[in-house]
Design a protein. Structure first.
Length: 211
């Protein structure tokens, strides 16, 4: 039985006859992800944070729009950029491991009892890595489809979930994490930068065309 008809489920592309007969590519799925932390809190292991994460955002970058007034018109160009805070929702476990780690990180940023802050931002900043996976598990080590490495992170806001008698939902802790810089890597060459070939897995800074 011919399955050629399955290649018709996409938009025909008149500029590329070979691509017009190609089926749709498998999309990345929202629930296949992993978030890891390095330097978060003071405890040696942060694996409980990774296991208890319920929802994670991906980086968002905004460029300032600058305008140059010229004869009869205006010209725009991109100015400085800003990485927005990333929201991470974590289930608060019964052992207190998650809330302990979150408390440690907040205490690193500010000693609330002594009312004393860290000497420099480098004393409390951490690295966060958000990875999108292909669904492999156990013996089938998952393939990382996309990686966001977030550097110079600190917790901008911590929201401890409300309590209520009329629900059995798990209690969560929501962190708003502010990075200084984010670097994106992918599993295939040329990832993220059209026209700029790369070796698989090499890193790139968003917006840069330099290798």
């Amino acid at each position: 039985m011919s399955i050629a008809t399955l290649s018709r489920f996409t938009v025909p592309l008149a500029t590329d006859s070979s691509a017009s007969a190609q089926g749709l590519l498998m999309p990345k799925l929202k629930y296949r992800f992993r978030v890891t932390f390095n330097g978060f809190g003071v405890s040696a292991a942060t694996t409980e944070l990774t296991k208890q994460i319920a929802e994670a955002g991906r980086p968002e970058v905004t460029f300032e729009k600058k305008t140059v007034d010229v004869y009869n018109s205006k010209i725009q160009y991109a100015g400085k950029w800003t990485w927005s805070a990333i929201s991470i929702k974590i289930r608060d476990d019964v052992t207190g491991a998650v809330s302990k780690l979150v408390g440690e990180q907040n205490q690193k940023q500010m000693d609330f009892f002594e009312q004393s802050s860290a000497a420099s931002a480098g004393d409390y900043k951490f690295t966060m890595v958000v990875e999108m996976l292909d669904g492999g598990n156990g013996a089938n080590v998952p393939t990382v489809l996309e990686t966001w490495e977030c550097y110079g992170c600190f917790v901008e806001k911590t929201t401890y979930d409300t309590l209520a008698y009329n629900t059995a939902d798990p209690v969560q802790i929501t962190l708003s994490i502010q990075p200084d810089n984010c670097v994106q890597t992918g599993a295939t060459a040329g990832f993220g930068v059209p026209g700029s070939p790369r070796n698989p897995g090499t890193s790139m800074t968003v917006g840069s065309k330099k290798a």
